[in-house]
Design a binder for this molecule. Sequence first.
Ligand code: FE2
Ligand code: FE2
Length: 375
Amino acid sequence: MTTEMRPTAEIIGRDDINDLEAIMSVVNTDADEALHAVHSNYDTIFTWDYEKGQRPKLDKLYEKAKTAQWNAQTDLPWDTEVDQEQVVIANAVATGGLNSGIDVSGTSLSSWGDPEWIDFGVQSQNWTLSQFMHGEQGALVCTAKIVESVPWIDAKYYAATQVMDEARHVEVFAKYLDDKLSGHYPINAHLRLLLDDIIADSRWDMTYLGMQIMVEGLALAAFGFMHQMTTEPLLKQLLRYVMSDEARHVAFGVLSLQEYYAQLTHAELRERQEFAFEAAVRMRDRFLQQEVWDRMGVNPKEIVPILAQVPERQMFQSMLFSKIVPNCKKLGLLDAADGWLRQKFTELGVIGFEDWADTGEEYDSMQATGTAAAS
Ligand SMILES: [Fe+2]
Ligand SMILES: [Fe+2]
């Protein structure tokens, strides 16, 4: 049986996944919005089967989560002095200079000296941490939804611990932004579209796929990159703690969906593949940081096409998929339905990660707190 091919334009709103003009035309048109409502239409499921441990791997994850809790206010060295400009300069040393060695001659950036590049680095950090914070709120809302919609008691128990984890993550990123950095950014339009789609979908497994596998899989890779690069001790420890929680969260997605996807039809799997592809494209698109260029007074359309050609940047962007691709493979999504997702990930240039370690069990070695802390 073959499934009807949905055209790329219908899934992501454009034909060419690399069409920069189209990507940059997606902007946040209501940056002053204080509340954002998304209508969701799903069944809240009660189960009367309370037998704990029917799904031993989820049960183990739940028990682990109980002992790995930490307190955002008291477990981190908040009295650390952070000089944001010095942090930018230290990062620049690691990445080949303040402008990352990019050739900007002939553009409006050719007159930039160190002060402008440092300011850009500061804004870029404010933007990145702001998007982490918004994404964490997305995870908070999604896992609350999973508590309601998933039919298994072991999954409801585990998801409840994740709601607490995500509250803590929103809290730490908001506090870090307020106390140590120099300004917030509104949510990026691509990220918001993705969160809206995940929340609005009525099927419980789509919440898992969008959040646990895609958003959190990318977050785990992005946090890992920043954790490795930063020399700022507070941020380093904060990320270490958050990552140890995130590794459990991604494992929760892999372990739950593995069982569920094994019984889906070809057509149902194709819908999951399309959803995963759409999420992947939206997440990649947000990393163009168009809002930072706007705030620096530079037209993103002038500079983004140049940056998109820089090999280090392309490598960073594809590294963000280093957890997502193996996890999709483990779920059987790469090769289901005639290998549709394999083909799409090939077009995105990330298929090379398919045999990297998946995140089904990684959480054990990543635990940073509690009774079984690794370090
Ligand atoms: Fe989180
Ligand atoms: Fe998470």
